[in-house]
Design a binder for this molecule. Sequence first.
Ligand SMILES: [Zn+2]
Length: 464
Amino acid sequence: MSDTPDSAVRTYTEQHSGAFLDDLAEWLRIPSVSAQPERQGDVRRSAEWLAGKLAETGFPVTEIWETPGAPAVFGEWPSEDPDAPVVLVYGHHDVQPAAREDGWSTDPFDPVIRDGRMYGRGAADDKGQVFFHTLGVRAHLAATGRSTPAVHLKLLVEGEEESGSPHFRALAEERAARLEADVVIVSDTGMWDENTPTVCTGMRGLAECEIELSGPGQDIHSGSFGGAVPNPATALARLVAALHDTEGRVAVPGFYDGVAELTEAERDLFAELPFDEAAWLRTASSRATAGEAGYSTLERIWARPTAEVNGIGGGYQGAGSKTVIPSSALVKLSFRLVAGQDPERIQEAVRTWAEAQVPAGVRHRITFAPATRPCLTPLGHPALQALARAMGTAFGTKVLFTREGGSGPAADLQDVLGAPVLFLGISVPSDGWHGPDEKVELDLLLKGVETTAHLWGELADALR
Ligand SMILES: [Zn+2]
């Protein structure tokens, strides 16, 4: 489909990789830790550095977008083709905190290259994966002889992702007209492993709640009153026990309404991944798998909605005994949601179900935290197929598909812009996100460059 010759892309990428890596190292030296107030100036410096580098790359529009917190960077490079599709790339320029004494072999903010890897905070999450787009668009232009990209390219790089993106949704809503796009590419994820390039097709959503049950006005004597008044801890235990049926399904009526079921094709593709369940169990520090009957482990964490108890307590939990009927008991629940589930409807279903579990004489309080929507791009979507082709050309091998069990701000872009979200990441599980010795594999980083170099032509063909 693409008219971009792979050898021209590869040659251009190789010729410019030295300067590209020097630039990335310079960016990694700016400790843009959004969580630390004393690093505020560094986060701003990181935004300014990126805006300058985008201008140097050729983006005719580069802007710093202020928020009540840390600034975001916006870049725009229109295509000379008036009907070119509009693509918005998302990433972040802030990083997790890091200090040598956390177990780093070298200074986290003085990147080094060892054994074909660049070590430094942000190398993979997410500066490296934002930065491959700069050389990628240059390689795209060089290999095709174009003077503007084949797509109308936009780039939004936020500065607060590692602090939970508190102002991102508002920023996206406020700037929706500037951000308008036919497709969103999120470069803040990874692939299966070094030898298995994969495209992630969606993330789960999240609804969280806290349920408190109250009985007596204070803890009371279990001998004088026990057996004759309701015990809120017992009522809470019954409620939690009723959350799942014997098949591991969530027993809240209406919970599965509208759930987008896995297709056979997608189940077959998941099954092709080289998944080592015993090794996975070790990373989970668990002795056995458990979950909804009829689904594999990967299907359970990627494509099925779940309910989990995150914390539970009530009554006396100190040393020895204290024979009381506690006055209250509390549980924190979270629900991972998949495409087709609406967080507001789930909250209502959970509230109705929970209220029905509360026995007479026990009062309840249910509070919900702000929810995150799920996002999913179906396998057959032409933009997703274009991404898989571009990645396949860069890596020279078959591309498989994954999903992400977690939840993130990508769903906000899908929501606000009404555009499908695609995930292009080259990071691998060993890259050590958020931990000591974070690194990026240099050959994979350059494959990211090559993927984007092929992607803009593929997308222009697929979406025209
Ligand atoms: Zn990230």
